[in-house]
Design a protein around this ligand. Structure first.
Ligand code: BT5
Length: 323
């Protein structure tokens, strides 16, 4: 907390010195304490100039997703009030599950610079290279029946499509259920995992992976042609903390609306606006087999309605789809 307050003070005066005394007064701690925090910030890559009788000046900030960076300027009141950052981790979903099992509060965010075993759905891998993406998991505790759990992925997808559109100026679209694409290329995926008791959701972990500054040439061969990054779309790098803030700020009001209304129904129109699935000829691989046809609509539970080749309407609850 102290570090983010110091950063905030430095950033409020770009190019100028902030005196040690002003910091002491504003934060109610000693000069030595301020100095220690400045040292820590320097150790994590901030270039801060210290001049006797003048104070401290921020020269440059690295692209970090530490708690201090994410908190600086974050306007949410629930999401990200508690942030756990790791430089390297197996999967942020794993740590989030563990924290949730130990009582972590709703809105707790786990984020890492790099994942060594980033996961997709059904045991697939999620490529999560160091310092160039947002790999994060949010702990949620909605008081809703078990059957509603998959809808959280859809709610998250709306927020992500909005956030990524805002950040790049290009239209991001939702491919049902958990992909965000620019054109035909995937920039972001969602992995929702849950813990439930009887018919009640205990907690949900919503894992979000966003390729922010990944260079196109750095994607592994298998996904070169199907993956993209915000950087490629925008033609410029973006500060990752800003991406995190934008996503949390889009998601929090939608999540509140979702919980207050007890379901997906009122968000269905928002979803439709951001989707690029409906109207397309699709192939859906479900646990029960493959369905080919036209994606017609999504119902108030988030179920995809498809007209198959014989003209029959099918409900798809869970699948990998292609178009
Ligand atoms: C997903 O699965 O799209 C869910 C991705 C969730 C990742 C986040 S990161 C934070 C949290 N912690 C985790 O361990 N996971 C979550 P799925 O729909 O199954 O898509 C997986 C497929 O996407 C792979 O089989 C690849 O084809 C492709 N893929 C893998 N890495 C990618 C990347 N970085 N960008 C785009 N596509 C990728």
């Amino acid at each position: 907390m102290m570090q983010s307050s110091i950063l905030q003070m430095l950033r409020e005066r770009p190019g100028d010195f902030v005196s040690g005394e002003a910091m002491c007064n504003a934060l109610g701690v000693s000069r030595t304490a301020i100095w220690k925090h400045i040292k820590d910030l320097q150790d994590t890559g901030y270039q801060i100039e210290a001049v006797r009788n003048k104070g401290y000046r921020l020269l440059s900030a690295p692209d970090l997703v530490t708690a201090a960076e994410i908190r600086d300027g974050l306007t949410t009141t629930l999401f990200g009030q508690s942030i756990v950052f790791r430089p390297t981790i197996d999967s942020t979903n794993n740590l989030a599950q563990e924290l949730a099992n130990n009582g972590a509060l709703e809105g707790t965010l786990v984020i890492a610079d790099e994942q060594e075993q980033g996961r997709g759905r059904r045991g697939r891998n999620w490529y999560s290279p160091p310092r160039s993406g947002v790999w994060m998991s949010l702990i949620l505790r909605p008081q809703l029946p078990l059957a509603h759990a998959p809808q959280i992925t859809l709610v998250t997808a709306i927020a992500l499509a909005k956030a990524l559109t805002r950040l790049t100026g290009e239209r991001a679209g939702i491919k049902w259920p958990n992909d965000i694409l620019f054109g035909k290329k995937k920039c972001c995926g969602i992995l929702t995992e849950m813990s439930a008791e009887f018919d009640q959701i205990h907690h949900l972990v919503v894992g979000i992976g966003i390729n922010v500054n990944v260079a196109q040439a750095d994607f592994p061969k298998e996904i070169q042609d199907i993956a993209t990054s915000l950087r490629a779309v925008k033609g410029a790098t973006l500060p990752r903390a800003k991406v995190v803030q934008t996503v949390l700020e889009e998601l929090e009001p939608l999540y509140r609306q979702y919980v207050e209304n007890g379901g997906f129904g009122t968000l269905r129109e928002d979803w439709k606006q951001m989707n690029i699935t409906l109207g397309k000829e699709i192939v859906a691989h479900t646990a029960q087999g493959t369905i080919r046809g036209r994606a017609l609509d999504i119902d108030e539970f988030g179920v995809l309605l498809v007209e198959d080749q014989s003209g029959e309407q099918k409900k798809i609850y869970s699948a990998d789809i292609m178009f």
